[in-house]
Structures are given as C-alpha cells and as structure tokens.
Design a protein around this ligand. Structure first.
Ligand SMILES: Nc1nc2c(c(=O)[nH]1)N[C@H]1C(S)=C(S)[C@@H](COP(=O)(O)OP(=O)(O)OC[C@H]3O[C@@H](n4cnc5c(N)ncnc54)[C@H](O)[C@@H]3O)O[C@H]1N2
Ligand code: MOO
Length: 404
C-alpha cells in the first residue's frame, strides 16, 4: 500500500495552476500574483522631507547658527523656493526638498523666532531627507510571481499605480456527497438518516483557502444517480467526493468514476484515518475520493486536497508547517500504519507540547473541533513515551495568540 508521502507526491505532481485573470487591486487581497511586478518609476519620486521642520544648507550649520526663514513648503506644494546661504525654509513631512537645501532640522531641534531660527546642534548633510528611489528604483522587481498578496503588497501596488493585478484564478471545486442515509441540512431526519455535513465542511474548507465551492448535492446509492452527479462534478476544475470508497456493497464511487473515464492513480493509503482515499485524473483535472466519516473527510482534505488546491491557485508553499512537539502523555497504537492523531498544542519556553486530549476514533467529531494539529505517529512504532518528540502539522496558529 502507498505511504502517506508517496500518495501526497502523486497528487502534487499531478496538478497544475488553473490559469490567470486580472482583478481590481482590492480584490487581489489573499490572491496569488501570477506575474512579477516591476516598478514603473522611482519611489519616492523626488527627494522629500522625513520631518516637520526647516530645510537648511548643512554647510551653514556646522556650529551654532541663526538663519532667516524665507519660505514655507507644505506637503503637496507645487511651487517651491530656493534656500539661499544663511536662509532656511519651513517644510512639512513629505514636501519636496527645495533647491539649495541638503538637510532638514526638526522643529524640536530649533529655537523658533518670528523671522529667524537658531540651530545649536551640528547638522549632517542628508539628514531627515527621503531620497528619490531610496525605497524602490524604476525597473526593480517589487513583487515576485507567486507572492501571496497581503496589505503591504496592496500598498506597494497602489503606490506604483497598479489598479489591476494579474492573479491566479480561483479554482472551482465540485463537492459531491454520496449515500442513501443522507439528508440535506434543514430537511426532516428520520430513523437511520443523518445530516449531510461533509458537503458543508468541505465547502467551508474550500472557501477558506480561496477556492469557489460548487455544491453538486447527494448521489444516492445507485449507479444512475452516481453517473449523473459525478458527470456534473467533472465539469469543475477539481472534484471532491465523500464516502462510498471503502469495501461496502454500495461503494460505487470508484467504479462509476472509471466508467466516466477517470484514470485512478491510487486507492488506499497506509494511514489512519483515511485509508480508503482514492485519487484520479479526468483529462488532467484532479478527482479526490475521500472516506465518508466526517473526521476522515476533513483530515484527508487537510493533508491531501488542500495542498493540491493551493498549488492549483499558484501557491508555492502548500504543505502545512510541521513543528516538533513533546507528548504530554504516553501514547500506544497498533504498529503497521502511520497514525494521525488530533492534538492540542501549547507553546512554552521549552518548545511545543502536544496533548492527545480526546477520543481518537474517527466517529468522534468533537476531538476534531478542538484540535490544533495532527501528530504524525510513524508506522513502525507502537509506543510513544510522555515527553517524546513527534512531528505535528499545525492546523492554525491561533493557539499561539494571546488573550486580549
Ligand atoms: N470492510 C471494511 N469496512 C470499512 C473499511 C474497510 O477498509 N473495510 N474502511 C473503514 C474506514 S477506515 C472508513 S473511513 C469508512 C469509510 O467508508 P466510505 O468512505 O465508504 O464511507 P461510508 O461507509 O459511506 O460512510 C462512512 C460513515 O460516514 C458517514 N457519512 C458518509 N457521508 C457523510 C456525509 N456526507 N455527511 C456526514 N456523514 C457522512 C456515514 O453515514 C458513515 O457513518 O469505512 C470503514 N469501513
Ligand atoms: O480511514 Mo477511516 O478514514 O479510518 O476512518
């Protein structure tokens, strides 16, 4: 059977970015830049003051000096005035440095009179001036292709006049649940039935990473229903199904996918949970068949589907960060399979600690709701002592934030 790493590699080697589009700058937040952005001009465009104060000629100010105030330049001024020897000009932060001046003295370092000011400290040439091009030079690459666009990137693009930005398109991801026992949220739940939560957890997970979920519905446990809805799902950029992939009598997903031309690349991975996971390609588009237990569905999404979808949207870093964490208690497991345990994390001065705090059965949703990460317990070992370091995939970093 395939190992976890082998299965994930097959998936990641099979997917490609879905394509690009241009969006308005504000809509680019959180998206991935598709082309590098070069600066069309210097930033700042001209030498300007970094302080509210006086623009001076530094050579005049090597000892205590009195200077005549001959002008005033606010930010945004278009006409400027020359600073002659023995003179100074009042200047505001962001205003252009006037000809003649080569330094700025902040108000606090002057003694201000009506028409004269006194400066007692020595002034260095260039002090408190922001020079043209000191931040960015025309032609510099300011954002590389593949950058996740965050507010600082938006600021840079706005400053350089980019109203529209080339980004990777959002992948459209079809989601199909399967099973006769399922009822849609809001419907009447009779004996033997359960609410279709997988569609919603998957749609939420898909949306959380910036893809567009396309909810296909529920395929019932017969061939015709599977054929109709799987075919519909195959129109999207990717298809995720849940349930119907293990050894049950009515586990039809793989069979019908094969009939529809999907080439299966693997079925079954040596992990717990998630063993019945299958993966295939339909004309280059990925098809993920995840096990139906809601916990297994979400864990296999996190570990197999999420990295693939991120790659399809142009992301380079797609695998969750791994930290080493010390187990807070002894843990036993069967040997033979890689086990992914839902753990809570604590960050202390000695590093991370992981507690296996709840029932790890795949039927227990509550443990999933409270987990900060998945601890990876390797196949060959059956006992892990308290204090032993294990690899943990961090689900989110909220546990490291402080209460306010
Ligand atoms: N003989 C074997 N039996 C099972 C195996 C096996 O290898 N051999 N694997 C077990 C494992 S592990 C898992 S996981 C499950 C997964 O099987 P399926 O993917 O075929 O899923 P189902 O059996 O249809 O459903 C499992 C479970 O999840 C509930 N479910 C399904 N869909 C949804 C949904 N959309 N929303 C909420 N809950 C859902 C379903 O009612 C079942 O309780 O198979 C084991 N058996
Ligand atoms: O692999 Mo199943 O996914 O153990 O619950």
């Amino acid at each position: 059977m395939l190992t976890f790493i082998e299965a994930r590699s097959i998936i990641l080697n099979s997917v490609r970015p879905v394509g690009t589009e241009r969006v308005m700058l504000l809509d680019a937040i959180g998206r991935i830049l598709a082309d590098e952005i070069k600066a069309p001009w210097d930033m700042p465009l001209w030498n300007n003051s970094a302080m509210d104060g006086y623009a001076v000629r530094s050579e005049d100010c090597q000892t205590s000096v009195t200077l005549r105030v001959t002008g005033y330049i606010p930010a945004g001024a278009t006409d400027t005035c020359i600073v002659d020897p023995g003179c100074t000009v009042r200047i505001m932060t962001g205003a252009p440095i006037p000809p003649g001046a080569d330094a700025v003295v902040p108000f606090e370092e002057t003694e201000e009179g009506e028409q004269f000011i006194k400066i007692h400290s020595q002034v260095k040439k260039g002090q408190h001036i922001r020079f043209a091009g000191e931040d960015v030079k025309a032609g510099d690459t300011v954002l590389a292709a593949g950058t996740v666009i965050a507010p600082p990137g938006i600021s840079m693009l706005a400053s350089l006049g980019s109203a529209f930005v080339p980004v990777y398109r959002k992948a459209r991801v079809a989601i199909l649940s399967t099973g006769d026992e399922l009822v849609e949220l809001g419907g009447q739940v009779s004996a033997g039935q359960i609410i279709n939560s997988n569609t919603l957890s998957l749609a939420a997970a898909v949306r959380e990473i910036g893809c567009e979920p396309v909810i296909i519905g529920i395929a019932r446990d017969n061939r015709a229903s599977h054929q109709q809805l799987l075919r519909e799902g195959l129109n999207a950029d990717a298809l995720i199904t849940s349930a119907g992939v293990s050894a049950g009598d009515r586990d039809l997903v793989r069979e019908v996918l094969a009939e529809l031309g999907v080439q299966q690349l693997f079925w079954k991975v040596d992990i717990k949970p998630g063993r019945p996971t299958a993966f295939g390609l339909n004309a280059g588009k990925p098809v993920f068949s995840l096990p139906g237990n809601p916990v297994s569905t979400m864990m296999t999404f996190e570990e197999f589907v999420r990295p693939a979808l991120l790659k399809m949207m142009g992301r380079k870093r797609v695998i969750k960060p791994t930290v080493k964490a010390a187990l807070k208690e002894d843990v036993r497991k069967k040997t033979g399979r890689l086990h992914l345990l839902r753990v809570r994390l604590e960050a202390g001065s000695d590093g991370y600690q992981a507690s296996v705090f709840g029932d790890q059965s795949t039927g227990i949703l509550r443990t999933m709701v409270q987990a900060d990460g998945f601890a990876f317990l390797p196949p060959e070992k059956g006992f892990f002592a308290k204090g032993e370091l294990v690899d943990v995939h961090v689900l989110n970093r909220d546990f490291e934030m402080e209460e306010g």
